[in-house]
Design a protein around this ligand. Sequence first.
Ligand code: ATP
Ligand code: MG
Length: 451
Amino acid sequence: MLKGLINRFSKDKPETTEPVIIPRSEHSISRKQISPNALKVLYRLRDAGFDAFLVGGCVRDLLLGRRPKDFDLATNAKPEEVRRLFKNCRLIGKRFRLAHILFGPEIIEVATFRTHHENATETQHGHMHQGMIIRDNVFGSIEDDARRRDFSINALYYNIADFTVLDYTNAMDDIKHRRLRIIGDPEKRFHEDPVRLIRAARFAGKLNLTISPETETPLKELSYLLQNVSPARLFQEVLKFFEEGALLNTFHLFRKYKLVEQLFPETAGSLTHENALKLIEDALSNTDQRLKEGKTVSPAFLFSIFLWHPIQAHATQEAAKGLPLYVAFEKAIYLVMKKQIDRLSIPRKLQVTIRDICFLQHRFTQRFGSRPYRVLEHQRYRAGYDLLMLRATAGEPVKDLYDWWTEFHDADPTVREKMIKSAAKATPGKKPRRSRKFSKPRMPRPENTAN
Ligand code: ATP
Ligand code: MG
């Protein structure tokens, strides 16, 4: 207890500071931009006598003139108190209890202010492991809550009581200069939670921000810390990267800060090949375009893009050892995927799709008999074909193959038959089936000499 008190008032704890309060007339957030359901929750908390704020990504996005993905709330009400106010409330989370208020498909997340582990008492605060936080479940003040957040721009609070914005970390200046700055001592904060390294690159990439020099210096050197992060968490980060836009920009930052080595170790090694790099860059830029048009992205396709070159390199090596091509491909896919899932826990179903898309690249070369028809019917044909197209554009020698499939796809049955006949001759690894006409004459059956 005493230790806890000393801890609370130790020199390490930043002195209590009053927030800068930005009045409604000096910021751009209007209630019209806020989800009506989030407003409902904010008002009900306020009317019950609690403090209630919008916080995190939604405040940041509104101030940067973007549409928020979702609306998160912070309050001094305890999770149980929140539950009592809303019939449609579910409490979730083991590490830290959060309230989810459900409005059909929209979920408004309400978190009670919590503190940084350092400010907690011995019994309250979570275990530390090599400087990393393992548990983080202690309630605190709004100021504690602001300081435990990652970047200043993620620590702004929109107050429903008077529509002001509270700034504890000089974040408005960073918003103004479109700057990403980690709160507190950068090195320490990255050690505490190395996922912040990825988050830094993601936010800078997707929001087009400059990373401040004091945040950037350790960022360049600490990527190795990600080895201590669970593959499940890293997988979630990669999914966010795939789905939130500005992929190409973010990928360049991932390269700059040596994060590709941690997330896609096999791919990182292949980026010295011009084709491999171009394949990825083209695919990411196409995906950015798709997202702008409101289309969805396919994580399986993007994983296939990242893994294609390592798979191809392994397959070539295996084939050189004398393995039949299809076995070499199967083996290469298995080996590359095995290394990849050590880093990112890609779910089984997704693995199967990635495997299919990559294996189709081999099947595209097998243009004889009924095989091309079976390829056309394959569930992943379209994704496989798109990968083939990108490979051709990136400079791999598959332009003729790609043109063949483009024509074959739309051709009528007689043309298809002709195409198969002429392509079969050029198909590698095909054992030509002997035509009956030229087959060796059968040995005559012995004459029945019985009588
Ligand atoms: P996005 O729009 O990508 O969801 P976000 O800022 O809302 O961005 P979340 O991952 O949803 O990001 O997290 C919500 C908030 O929680 C963040 O804005 C930040 O304040 C805090 N936060 C999330 N992850 C961390 C972390 N690893 N360390 C410290 N604070 C974090
Ligand atoms: Mg969010």
